[in-house]
Design a protein around this ligand. Structure first.
Ligand code: SAM
Length: 500
């Protein structure tokens, strides 16, 4: 066609029409090459990859691949405003998800030029800003030219580990690592390899596999140089994702002494008062906040009439629950969380005296932050009493299967019953570090049979926390680098999350 004819055609077709046609062609092109049967060979270990590995989002349509799309992967990672690099990014789907989670800039590096090209078309089709996908060999020195706040290696460690020190030197805040299909020894293979460069780690999720590895699982691990970076990951995922978390298992409330032992001081009438409340609540027909408030009022009277003085004031004391119940009644009656609310006032006073979680101290000093947090707590307590389910899973850290501990030659006995939780298959776990004690308390009062717990393991604390009566026990000297400890985590992970 001559230049004049091309110009005439361009003028004849309105730009909206051209864009529509362009989008259609782009979609068809991506779909064609996404489903094409090809083999791509990596220079590392001559590994071969087929196409259609990632499921890709094309606006509202998904082109299915071997690995499902997962928009939740960055929950808890504080991605907003962070620069991000995705090592071995394939078609860059997870790089795009980082942008959708407000990364300031996301770069995907992929060895296979063909994947880079198709991924770039997907970026254009979806109009993704602040992103680049480029060809590169992560196993080679000099692959990264700048620093990033967050780096990720999803199922690509075999390549990344060849150049680990240099790559991690460029990743400043957080390194997310998804393992390949788990095999015996994975804990040592991944964690011991990365921790010399980033000493703190948390195993925060489990992910499935597909194709020939259908029955296999992968672990998701985050590493950092600073402890604080990791502390909020699992609690945030619990609140943001709720039951979408994949590492949730049900814990049998009645069979778990810790869950049943939240209420009532010995020597007082309170154990009976709380038991009566539990029975009342679990037999309520159509439970409503009105009916729950009436039950709480009766328990408040019972607790106030107990003449035996209480010597305790902090969390789990009779005084604590009395103040919480008062605060709940006041909140329900007035419909607001005033600064004079009994529970809020009480929380601020025990925090000031150093009798409550030091991590909450700053928040409780701030009027509006304190009122917001206590309002949420009270509302969630009502929700659980009403429904008997916890929409945000309780986070159980560093649980160890008692059977697996015995198999690994770790003698944890005798452990007080209060540190043992039991799953629905009656398998028992030692665990004495949770996030969500109020959810545990509300569930146990509601008469619910099971509690949703999500499981994480982390070296933010030693493997077996001190527990009453065990202060001089040998096992307390165990560290995360002990082969038996690593083995017991692998076995517990497998038992709990891979064979639920
Ligand atoms: C198992 S796939 C994982 C893809 C993606 N990270 C995900 O989880 O969805 C591994 C990817 O790494 C790419 N790859 C292989 N060797 C590489 C290398 N030396 N440098 C960069 N990428 C590589 C492969 O082409 C493939 O796309």
């Amino acid at each position: 066609m001559s230049d004049t004819k091309i110009q005439a055609a361009a003028i004849d077709v309105p730009i909206e029409e051209l864009i529509k046609e362009f989008d259609k062609d782009l979609f068809a092109l991506v779909a064609k090459y996404h489903s094409a049967k090809i083999k791509s060979t990596s220079p590392v270990q001559a590994m071969t990859r087929g196409n259609a590995y990632q499921t890709i989002g094309m606006r509202e349509v998904f082109l299915q691949g071997f690995r499902p799309a997962d928009e939740d992967i960055y929950s808890g990672m504080c991605m907003a405003g962070q620069s991000f690099v995705d090592l071995g990014c394939n078609l860059g789907e997870r790089t795009r998800i980082a942008v959708r989670n407000n990364a300031s800039f996301a770069e995907g590096i992929e060895y296979e030029e063909f994947f880079v090209g198709v991924g770039a078309l997907v970026n254009i089709y979806n109009k993704i800003p602040r992103i680049i996908l480029r060809q590169g060999d992560v196993a080679q020195p000099g692959c990264l030219k700048s620093d990033y706040d967050i780096g990720a290696c999803f199922s690509a460690f075999v390549y990344v580990q060849k150049n680990l020190e240099e790559l991690l030197g460029r990743i400043k805040r957080l390194f997310m690592l998804e393992t390949h299909a788990l095999k015996t020894g994975w804990f040592h293979h991944y964690i011991a390899t990365v921790e010399p460069y980033m000493p703190h780690w948390i195993i925060y999720d489990v992910s499935g596999h597909g194709g020939i590895y259908e029955n296999s699982h992968r672990a998701c691990i985050a590493f950092s140089r600073k402890k604080n970076t990791l502390l909020g990951i699992s609690p945030t995922r619990s609140h943001e994702l709720g039951i979408r978390n994949k590492n949730i298992r049900d814990i049998d409330i009645k069979a778990s002494a810790l869950f049943m032992g939240m209420f009532g001081e010995s020597g007082r009438n309170s154990p009976q008062a709380f038991q009566a409340l539990r029975e009342e609540l679990s037999t309520l027909v159509d439970p409503s906040d009105d009916k729950i408030t009436a039950c709480l009022r009766a328990t408040i009277v019972e607790l106030e009439q107990d003449c035996t003085p209480t010597r305790k004031t902090g969390f789990r004391s009779d005084e604590y629950w009395l103040q919480l119940f008062r605060g709940m009644v006041e909140f329900h009656t007035s419909g607001e969380m005033s600064l004079a609310n009994s529970y809020l006032t009480y929380m601020r006073s025990i925090s000031k005296r150093g009798e409550y979680d030091p991590g909450m101290r700053r928040l409780l000093l701030d009027d509006s932050a304190a009122a917001d947090r206590m309002r949420l707590r009270i509302k969630s307590f009502f929700d659980i009493l009403r429904t008997g389910v916890n929409s945000s899973p309780i986070v159980a850290f560093n649980a160890i299967s008692l059977d697996c501990a015995a198999d690994c030659g770790i003698d944890l006995h005798p452990i007080p019953a209060a540190y043992i939780i039991t799953d629905k298959q009656t398998r028992r776990y030692f665990c004495n570090w949770f996030d969500g004690y109020h959810r545990i308390a509300a569930l146990s009062l509601s008469g619910a049979k099971t509690a949703r717990c999500m499981f994480s393991w982390t070296n933010l604390r030693p493997p077996f926390l001190n527990y009453d009566g065990a202060s001089n026990k040998e096992e307390l000297k165990l560290s995360w680098s002990d082969p038996n400890v690593r083995k017991v985590v692998e076995l517990t992970f497998d038992q709990l999350l891979c064979r639920p």
